[in-house]
Design a protein around this ligand. Structure first.
Ligand code: ATP
Length: 596
């Protein structure tokens, strides 16, 4: 039996079905996200931006120290009643202010542009990976994670900061560098005024310089530990909030898509209640977000208040003792507060870091789902030969949980044969078609297809939003085909009423009736002229006469086509040469009429 997938999404983690992500895995994942951009084709700008942000941190520290020095000089000149120094000091102040403004503009520009360029590269990478190897369909088929669209659209924007007022991981990373540089500079200033610790150890006098610095470091460390502890429920609540918000939005998209069916069933009130329930989930969890955020804010508030008066208690005794000047007290108080501010960078932005952790977890879960290795039970190749268009060997189709669904065994479809596949509902006919096309890996055996153009028309036809011409030409780009050819096809399949709307951009999927959509499907078949055509109840939306006309037109235009068609209406068997009847988990093949 094939190992079955383990759900990896956050919902499964919440329910205790999946284990939490390992911290080491998270860090290597974050490094990979950085590497994806800083080693990408845009690496020159990436490193240039990083260099500018690094320079900014040093420049900012220099400006900060210049400000503190200015303040010292300013208060000392006031104390000494030196009126003549007032104007030069004012000019220095203007210079510091100008440098500050320029630096902050450069910082904002760089982080915004860098954020958007990083987001662009990551979005392209995730879209490529998600759409490759049929992973987007596998993730939905196996319900591996919720809302991959939200992860790609929103979570990447948050992490990279590539959005309005964005504060991405880059801001955090360079903020930490700024914290180290700024703290170092402030420590140098504080050392000038801070009294050393003096104590005796084993009879020897020990002197440790910079008592104020140690107080500031210990104070910040204590604050960081407390706030990070208080903040853990916030991160968890935030992750729940994100996927509940996404579920609510997905429910509304579902209502929008199924508007007509809901209307026919008179089920608006039921759907309204479902949306209400989905929003209740959002609202209930928001309480947890609020309470946990209040905890963080309260912690931060107390921390800042105490931090603003603590330096005065530490400095003033030395001023009274005549050891330092009043200007030095004010300068040192400023330096202490700024040092505590610098060292508490993590405390100040913990809320934002919480958002980042939640988004990074969700992106990691998306990566895990994309990378999930699943043993491919059914192998599909393009090696059918000897006149066969399709050949199966020992084909058995299973459900995703490993239970058997359908045993096909050996089956051969020769070029030009037309097979009708019949059997009770739910027996696995559509799943068999998916297995043949390589879209259903669960099972055992081999499928070989002949090289050549194959086409599938599913039960529900996909019409991309855009022009009617692009809906007919799909999956070819509409520029590949002449307007006149498409108009002639519309006439041929009975859609002449729409020939003037070839370039009208509309939601054709919603606007065309199911019968008209079947005719678009026929136009597509006649345009692409496939050698192997697979129909999955392609005419179930048509009445008997129209279904027959569909087949007549199809066979008149493509007399040599190889056809595999799931059909419930036995009257359509006359258009086929062979029959595959599936039921009770097994299949029986037989010729029809003249082919018998
Ligand atoms: N993604 C999936 N995950 C789990 N089970 C699935 C999935 N897709 C299909 N199945 C199950 O596989 C079985 C066969 O489904 P399938 O659509 O192939 O039946 P069918 O014979 O085509 O039915 P019908 O004639 O009604 O279209 C059903 O029980 C269905 O619930």
């Amino acid at each position: 039996m094939i190992p079955q997938p383990i759900p990896t999404g956050e919902a499964a983690r919440e329910a205790g079905l999946a284990s939490p992500q390992r911290p080491a895995g998270r860090w290597s994942h974050l490094l990979r996200l950085f590497g994806d951009y800083w080693l990408s084709h845009d690496w020159k700008f990436a490193w240039f931006g990083a260099a500018v942000l690094l320079l900014y941190q040093f420049g900012n520290a220099w400006i900060m120290i210049a400000g503190i020095r200015w303040q010292q000089a300013f208060f000392d000149s006031i104390e000494a009643r030196q009126a003549g120094r007032f104007v030069p000091l004012l000019l220095v102040f203007v210079g510091i202010l100008a440098a500050q403004i320029v630096a902050s503009l450069v910082y904002t520009w760089t982080t915004m542009i860098l954020g958007m360029r990083w987001r662009t590269v990551l979005t392209a990478r995730y879209l490529d990976r998600w759409m490759a190897r049929n992973r987007y369909a596998e993730i939905e088929r196996l319900r591996l994670i919720d809302n991959p669209d939200q992860r790609i659209a929103d979570d990447i924007a948050v992490v990279t900061g590539g959005q309005v007022n964005g504060f991405g991981v880059v801001n955090v990373a360079f903020g930490v560098i700024g914290m180290v540089v700024g703290s170092y500079s402030l420590i140098v200033v504080l050392l000038e005024t801070a009294e050393p610790f003096r104590f005796a150890l084993f009879g020897r006098a020990v002197v440790i310089p910079g008592s104020t610095i140690w107080y500031a470091v210990l104070y910040s460390l204590f604050g960081s530990i407390v706030v990070t502890r208080i903040g853990q429920p916030f991160v968890r609540a935030l992750m729940r909030q994100q996927h509940r918000d996404a579920d609510f939005r997905a429910s509304m998209i579902q209502v929008r898509r199924q508007a007509a069916q809901i209307g026919f069933a008179g089920a608006a009130s039921v759907e309204r209640a479902t949306l209400g329930t989905a929003f209740d989930q959002v609202r209930h969890n928001f309480r947890s977000v609020t309470w946990s955020l209040l905890g963080i804010n309260a912690g931060q508030g107390v921390y800042e208040r105490i931090g603003s008066i603590l330096p005065l208690f530490l400095m003033v005794p030395r001023y009274f003792a005549g050891a330092i000047s009043f200007g030095q007290v004010m300068g040192a108080r400023d330096a202490f507060q700024q040092l505590v501010g610098q060292l508490s960078f993590i405390v100040q932005i913990y809320g934002r870091i919480g958002v980042h952790i939640a988004c990074l977890n969700r992106l990691k879960a998306l990566d895990d789902a994309i990378d999930q290795q699943r043993v491919r039970g059914i192998s599909v190749d393009a090696a059918a030969s000897g006149g066969a268009v399709l050949r199966t060997r020992g084909l058995a189709v299973h459900r995703p949980d490993g239970a058997g669904l359908l045993d096909i065994g050996d089956w051969c479809v020769q070029r030009g044969e037309r097979w009708i596949v019949q059997g009770p509902s739910g027996v696995g006919k559509s799943t068999l078609l998916r297995a043949i096309l390589g879209l259903w890996p669960d099972g055992a055996g081999e499928v070989s297809l002949a090289a050549g153009r194959a086409m599938t028309v599913p039960q529900r036809l996909y019409l991309p939003s855009g022009t009617l011409k692009s809906a007919v030409c799909f999956p070819d780009p509409d520029s590949m085909h002449d307007d006149a050819q498409i108009v002639a096809l519309l006439d041929e399949v009975g859609l002449s009423a729409h020939r003037d709307q070839l370039h009208a951009v509309r939601f054709w999927q919603d606007e065309l009736s199911p019968g008209e959509q079947r005719r678009v499907a026929l136009a597509r078949i006649l345009l692409h002229r496939p050698e192997l055509l697979i129909l999955d109840e392609a005419t179930s939306a048509l009445d008997g006469d129209n279904a027959r006309r569909f087949h007549e037109q199809l066979l008149a235009a493509l007399p040599g086509v190889t056809l595999i068609s799931v059909v419930h209406d036995d009257a359509l068997a006359v258009f086929h040469t062979h029959r595959l009847v599936v039921g009770n988990g097994v299949a029986a093949a037989a010729p029809i009429g003249d082919a018998a």
